[in-house]
Structures are given as structure tokens and as C-alpha cells.
Design a protein around this ligand. Structure first.
Ligand SMILES: [Zn+2]
Length: 106
């Protein structure tokens, strides 16, 4: 199966863990929530696949840095206009960038 191309999708922050878990309330394609940092400052960035398949995946992110334990991403710390680097690859399925609060497939 090839990778899915999508139109740009706005990344909506869902602050409440239970709302995010409940797909009817808060979890829409491209939405995300971020756990509190652990002792190393690493945080789990949970995102709902922008393509609309409903899959939720965790990314290991650092606020303003890229955690050493890979794979990991640097997050700009914004909940309004989040940016992650490098690109996010939902292997075999979706590959793109989250930049300034918008998911763009490549
Ligand atoms: Zn998907």
C-alpha cells in the first residue's frame, strides 16, 4: 500500500487526556496532546494521523531540543503553532512535516 497524500491539516491541541482518548470529543485528524516532561526533559507528543485513519502514535520530543534517545524530534514548544523537526514518517503510510501548526504531506 502506498503512502497517503493529504491536503494541509491544522494541528489542533487537545489539552485533556480523556478528551483525546475519546475520538468523538477531541481527537480529530492532526490533533495532538503533549505529556509532561520526564526527568530528562523528554515528552511524549501524541498525534492523531493527519490522514484520517484514526491511528494515534507517540513521538519522543524535547521542548527546544532533540532528545538523544532516538528516534526523537525537536519541538518548538508551541501548542498554538507547533513545529517538529525532522519530518514525521508514519512508516509505509504517511510522511510529512508539522510546521507552524499545519501538517503537510510530502
Ligand atoms: Zn493515517
Amino acid at each position: 500500500m502506498g503512502e497517503v497524500k493529504t491536503e494541509p491539516v491544522v494541528a489542533r491541541h487537545v489539552p485533556d487526556r480523556m478528551d483525546f482518548r475519546d475520538g468523538l470529543k477531541g481527537r480529530v485528524p492532526g490533533s495532538f496532546r503533549v505529556d509532561e516532561p520526564d526527568s530528562d526533559g523528554d515528552q511524549a507528543f501524541w498525534y492523531c494521523c493527519p490522514c484520517g485513519c484514526g491511528v494515534v502514535g507517540p513521538l519522543n520530543v524535547g521542548n527546544g531540543f532533540k532528545p538523544e534517545m532516538g528516534p526523537s524530534w525537536a519541538w518548538n514548544g508551541s501548542l498554538e503553532k507547533p513545529t517538529l523537526t525532522p519530518s514525521v514518517h508514519h512508516v509505509g503510510h504517511w510522511h510529512g512535516y508539522l510546521t507552524d501548526g499545519v501538517w503537510r504531506s510530502c
